[in-house]
Design a binder for this molecule. Structure first.
Ligand code: DGY
Length: 320
């Protein structure tokens, strides 16, 4: 079987596919693939390994219904029209679990960096603005014993909760569509309604999928209900918060700080007002960007394609 890979992946993924006997072609990532080019490249292959967030919409699936499977290299699949995939009879798989700790590390890093204005402070040094020792200016806030609110206590949220509890003895509250009783036991998390999550969190971290229900859930009304000392963290999807409302909430002091690994749109433009704020840190969507995690993701995606080769169901299929 032939596989088309949309961007370079770690060698371990290529080796896994080659050992299984696949014929592979990898797109040169310096040249951005348009939808037409992707559709063209898929015409004479059986399988697609879709790296990154390139959209797979109904146009794609009507042109590529011959594909026997698509392996994504992400846990999120909001960039894929799953109804169209199912209608076309194309199974799609994702890469859950293997990126949970790495993504939670980025949430933890943002939480700490925002709380101590780390990037603003580092930039002062970089820009030659390291002033005399000032006792009361631009102070951070501490995390010890504070309340961490998690919106979406799944694998990534749980990993963050464990770190926050071990490092800072944080009290964990969470809001999900349904209760996660196993996680409640592991981190002594308390289930609360959305309003309580907003009102009681000192740090509120988002770990949910982007769906019509979660889109812009963190908007002006939500930020108004949060503590003025609160830090908002989003490492899930940029559309879950409303960026203009977030900017305004920070500007007016409705909340204290924000750490984002995801924005809407991506990439964020360098002149974005959020980047000028002292208690804001923004990363370029690097939750899973470690050698170990990206290697595991490539192997997992490859194994899903191997399952198709063997006539089996993809283990991580999301449109079963
Ligand atoms: C994921 O796996 O969903 C990450 O956000 C990368 O897209």
């Amino acid at each position: 079987m032939k596989v088309f890979i949309t961007k370079k992946i770690p060698q371990a993924g290529i080796d896994t596919l080659k050992e299984a006997g696949f014929e592979i072609s990898v797109h040169d990532e310096s040249d951005k693939l348009s939808q037409q080019e992707l559709i063209k490249a898929c015409q004479d292959v059986d399988l697609l390994l879709n790296v990154g967030q390139g959209k797979l919409d109904s146009t794609f699936f009507s042109a590529c219904s011959h594909l026997k499977g698509i392996a994504l290299t992400s846990v999120g699949y909001d960039h894929v029209n799953l109804d169209a995939a199912t209608k076309a009879g194309v199974p799609v798989s994702n890469t859950p679990d293997v990126l949970s700790d790495a993504t939670a590390d980025i949430a933890f890093l943002l939480m700490l960096a925002v709380s101590r204005k780390a990037f603003f402070r580092a930039n002062q040094v970089l820009n030659g603005a390291w002033a005399d020792f000032e006792f009361t200016k631009d102070l951070g806030i501490e995390l010890y014993g504070k309340t961490l609110g998690i919106f979406g206590l799944g694998r990534i949220g749980l990993s963050l909760a464990r770190k926050a509890q071990a490092a800072y003895g944080m009290n964990i509250i969470y809001h999900n569509r349904s209760r996660n009783t196993e996680a409640e036991k592991l981190v002594e998390a308390t289930y609360v309604n959305f309003d309580t999550l907003l009102k009681e969190s000192d740090v509120l971290s988002v770990h949910t999928n982007l769906t019509p229900e979660t889109q812009h859930r963190f908007n002006a009304q939500a930020f108004q209900r949060m503590k003025d000392s609160a830090i908002f963290i989003n490492t899930a999807r940029g559309k879950i918060h409303h960026e203009m409302d977030l900017t305004e909430a920070l500007r007016t002091g409705e909340i204290w700080g924000a750490g984002l690994d995801v924005t809407d749109p991506e990439p964020m433009q360098a002149d974005n007002p959020l980047l000028k704020m002292s208690s804001v840190c923004v990363f370029p969507h690097i939750g899973s960007a470690t050698i170990e995690t990206r290697t595991q993701m490539a192997i997992l995606a490859s194994n899903n394609l191997i399952a198709v080769l063997k006539g089996n169901k993809m283990p991580q299929v999301v449109n079963a």
